[in-house]
Write a protein that binds this ligand. Structure first.
Ligand code: FES
Length: 84
């Protein structure tokens, strides 16, 4: 049984303006393309108080810093290894 992952993307104004708007779309596309919907709870979050290291993405209890629409694919491939 594959573990369900909780992904929270920071939608605080700093992270949103600096790239998470696009990253949000990339994550949604990735989930669809790989049929991961049953294994993901994807939601937006408020500012994590780490704006200077943002854009921020949280997956389960891990925080990812300086996320952009390109490196998010590497992060997701890593996190979902073996899921598709
Ligand atoms: S807006 Fe994302 S950490 Fe502050």
């Amino acid at each position: 049984m594959l573990e369900k992952k909780e992904i929270t993307i920071c939608l605080g104004s700093s992270c949103f303006a600096r790239g998470n708007k696009k990253t949000l779309q990339m994550i949604n596309n990735f989930i669809q393309e790989h049929n991961l919907a049953p294994y993901v709870q994807f939601k937006g979050g408020h500012c994590f108080g780490q704006c200077s290291n943002g854009p921020i993405l949280k997956i389960n209890s891990s925080f990812y810093e300086n996320v952009d629409s390109l490196n998010v694919i590497d992060i997701l491939n890593d996190v979902f290894e073996g899921y598709y």
